[in-house]
Each structure stands twice: as C-alpha cells, then as structure tokens.
Design a binder for this molecule. Structure first.
Ligand SMILES: C[S@@+](CC[C@H](N)C(=O)[O-])C[C@H]1O[C@@H](n2cnc3c(N)ncnc32)[C@H](O)[C@@H]1O
Length: 178
C-alpha cells in the first residue's frame, strides 16, 4: 500500500495555442496548492503562475534565461517550485513544438542530479508535472495526481514532493555541487 495519496483527474482542454500549456483544471489545482506562498516556476512557458517564472523564450516569464543558469545563481528558499519540463530529448519533437531547446530532465542524468540536489537545498515543496513521477533521497511523495488527457495521448503525473530536511527557517542540507 502506497504511503502517499493518489488521485486521477481529467486534463481538460488548454485555452490557448502555446504547445504543452496547462489546462484550466490543472491551473486551478496548482493555484489552490500554492496559495500566496513564495513560488518559483521553472520551464513556465505561457503560464503566469508563480512569482518568479523561468523560460528560455516565453514573454510570460519573468526571466528569459536557461533554467540551469538561473538555478546556479539563485540562493532563495522557495515554499513551492513548479516545473513542467520538456519530456523528450528528440530534436524533431522540439522543432515541431517550437521549443527553443530540449531539456528533458528524466533522460539527462547530469541535469537530473544537479536539479535534484538544488531542490534539496532550496525547495520546501515541489510540484513536478511530467511523464514520470520522480522521487529521490531527500524528498517524500505527498500526493500524485494522474492527469488523463483522454483519447490516445500519454498519461502524465503531477507529483507533490515534500522536502524532508529543509525548513522554511532556511536550515539547509549539505549537498554540494559544481
Ligand atoms: C512543457 S513547456 C511548459 C508549458 C507551460 N506549462 C505552460 O502552461 O505554458 C516547457 C517549456 O520549457 C521551456 N524550456 C525548454 N528548455 C529550457 C531551458 N533549458 N531553460 C528554460 N526554459 C526551457 C520551453 O521554452 C517551454 O516553454
């Protein structure tokens, strides 16, 4: 028996033309979880959720910068970090979808290792939307929403991961990365 909550929700229909954008049910859910808390949104695309939004190219972002370059310089402790990263490393897929640069965390061990260590030091809660439901040492799964797009499209998961060690008073782990 899993020691985390699990729910299935319908993805619904996104209201807009930007590829991969969040749908209204997902936007409502994310907003209800973060409330007014200090929130960093990585790979934010066309979304306006979160105080600080990082995307290479989208005008809705507060910073048009590579996520990794941003994280290397950012020293905040965030109540929530939301991320909806590109899912696949296929150049042709990203060309079709007009994304500036593939950055599939699930398929890139070095990137994954950097991001998860950064999360251990800087994120109290993580909301990760992906084709996988990642988990690593330092975080606990609170809840997973299976997000069902219908038709024959791939099911995605929204994982709520909670940092086991980091407190909002800024006490950090000792992870060290170059
Ligand atoms: C799946 S989309 C996110 C869509 C978003 N959820 C929305 O509602 O519009 C992934 C986004 O990541 C951005 N991206 C890809 N690689 C990036 C990188 N290395 N640094 C920053 N943004 C990146 C792309 O420009 C794209 O907007």
């Amino acid at each position: 028996m899993a020691d985390f909550k699990c729910e299935a929700i319908a993805f619904g229909t996104p209201e807009g033309t930007y590829p991969g954008m969040f749908s209204p049910p997902l936007i409502k859910l994310l907003k209800s979880l973060i409330g007014q808390d200090k929130t960093l949104h990585l790979f934010s695309g066309s979304s306006t959720i979160g105080h600080t939004r990082i995307d290479l190219e989208h005008e809705a972002a507060t910073h048009n910068i590579d996520v990794i370059d941003f994280l290397k310089k950012d020293d905040n402790i965030w109540d929530w970090v939301i991320l909806d990263p590109p899912y696949e490393g296929s150049e042709s897929l990203y060309k079709d979808m007009n994304y500036a640069k593939p950055c599939p965390i699930g398929q890139d061990q070095k990137l994954r290792s950097f991001i998860t260590k950064w999360f251990n030091d800087h994120a109290i809660n993580i909301l990760w939307f992906d084709w996988c439901a990642p988990i690593w040492s330092g975080v606990k799964r609170e809840k997973v929403w299976l997000v069902l797009p219908g038709g024959y499209r791939k099911v995605r998961a929204l994982s709520h991961l909670k940092n086991i060690y980091l407190r909002s008073n800024g006490v950090r782990g000792l992870a060290n990365y170059v």
